[in-house]
Ligand binder design. Sequence first.
Ligand SMILES: O=C(O)C(=O)C[C@]1(C(=O)O)C=C[C@@H](O)C=C1
Length: 256
Amino acid sequence: MDFTRPETVLDLQNIRNELVRMEDTIIFKFIERSHFATCPSVYKEQHPGLTIPNFEGSFLDWALLNLEITQSQIRRFESPDETPFFPDKIKKSFLPSINYPQILAPYAPEVNYNDKIKDVYIKNIIPLISRKDGDDINNFGSVAASDIECLQSLSRRIHFGKFVAEAKFQSDIPLYTKLIKDKDVEKIMENITNSAVEEKILERLTKKAEVYGVDPTNKKGERRITPEYLVKIYKEIVIPITKEVEVEYLLRRLED
Ligand SMILES: O=C(O)C(=O)C[C@]1(C(=O)O)C=C[C@@H](O)C=C1
């Protein structure tokens, strides 16, 4: 997807193709995380043995924040498809800015579901994809590094809802203008929902998890990711939060 060419970015078919490609990224990131135990200590603030000088948050927060500070300096978050977890703490790059054309509405960076994504990832996704319950002291760094990759992939996928929403708005401006003026959240939700597309996604994910989730040379047929869990994560978390992003983006679309 070329963010310097708005016509390609707002083509709903192109957006959906990009979402399909992101499924592969997310599955492989989950498979990486599945080699480790749940490691609850990584997510606790001020955890004994894992306290970080002059820092209030968890080990994961510290790692994610410091990575984002570095990534912001190489312009990661200038790209309209990237949303930081620490928008107030990232820095300006020393590189010249890339002048991306304005594709989304100016308030788009304020539509940020990363706190919710991080919460639900820790509470609901980690228990489904980890190898076993418990801490694994020697792997805290690897776990945090793997979590960051899972979180950034989920965040990019879910916030792509902004492009979907903009494309849908452009495809029927009179309809969405009316619904937005009426603040009719239910009707907006109904209009952005395409159940056939959702079903196709879940069907495809089942197949992908069956193929990618198992090492074909493993005689025991052990699974690294199960189709049921992957479908559950998409059905109950990824798609619903993407739709929340779409609705929040649309509700503000008539702002000056
Ligand atoms: O493809 C769309 O039209 C979207 O809005 C994206 C998405 C998704 O999250 O994958 C969300 C809502 C639709 O019901 C179908 C799919």
